[in-house]
Design a binder for this molecule. Structure first.
Ligand code: SF4
Ligand code: MG
Length: 254
């Protein structure tokens, strides 16, 4: 997986993927978005698809996602990334189109677009970043917020009697007949980062091979709004979040 670059007599083992720009990151320290960005850029390099890839950026902390990749991109209205990805792919099926969406974007504001793109089996790749909170707008409750989790709109903790339970959106999509690949991954340690990278490559490869709709949900961290250190955040995902959102493949019709 590492990209090796020879420099004189030395070999640089970890280099910036060619498909990742040098634009300065706007993500907070310890946030999973940065790791995921690198994995995606590396995948684009490995598959040699940069010239025909379009990144669809959402609204949320990844609103500037169009800055990070050396490929074409679009920044779209909140929740509509899967719909716009559908349009781009149908207009030019030779393109490789991926939608990058957070939990508020994908599983709440864009519920209809997300489910129907999956149900139609659009030949696109969707990255769904689940950090159980609305990050950019100030840490409000998201559809995936855990029971009892404190957010700026659930100051006493999420009470399911008032606001329902965390939605396992990938499980909902896995009930549909069309999706070929639905999986939930995490980034809290090296082993899981490598597994997530493998899943993301698989999801892009499915599209290259014309197999249909692939969804990779990634359990990510939001140290800033969780009021945790990056280390505490990773431990929280490993020990608490995965109990509510179990890791692994939900659909694999490769
Ligand atoms: Fe990441 Fe949270 Fe910062 Fe957004 S607010 S960049 S999700 S840590
Ligand atoms: Mg979020």
């Amino acid at each position: 997986m590492p990209v090796s670059v020879e420099k004189g007599n030395t070999v640089q083992t970890f280099a910036r993927p060619r498909s990742m720009t040098e634009a300065r990151s706007t993500y907070c320290p310890g946030c999973g978005h940065g790791i995921l960005t690198r994995i995606i850029a590396q995948t684009i390099d490995e598959l040699g698809i940069a010239e025909r890839t379009i990144a669809i950026a959402p609204v949320g902390c990844a609103v500037f996602a169009y800055r990070w990749y050396r490929c074409d991109s679009m920044q779209v209205a909140h929740g509509r990334a899967s719909a716009v990805a559908t349009g781009a792919k149908r207009a030019n099926p030779n393109l490789i189109v991926f939608a990058y969406q957070g939990d508020g974007d994908f599983a709440s504001i864009g519920t209809a677009e997300s489910i129907h793109a999956a149900n139609r089996g659009e030949n696109i790749t969707v990255l769904f970043v689940n950090n159980q909170i609305y990050g950019m707008t100030g840490g409000e409750m998201a559809p995936t917020t855990l029971v009892q989790q404190k957010t700026t709109t659930t100051l006493e903790g999420r009470d399911p009697r008032l606001t329902g339970y965390p939605i396992r959106f990938s499980e909902m999509i896995a009930q549909l007949e069309a999706p070929v690949y639905v999986t939930r991954q995490a980034l809290y340690d090296v082993k899981h980062i490598l597994e997530a990278a493998k899943a993301i490559k698989r999801a892009f490869t499915n599209q290259v091979e014309g197999k249909g709709y692939s969804l990779v949900e990634v359990l990510s961290t939001c140290p800033t709004n969780w009021r945790m250190t990056p280390l505490e955040s990773n431990r929280h995902v490993s020990e608490v979040v995965t109990k509510v959102f179990p890791l692994g493949d939900l659909v694999n019709r490769g």
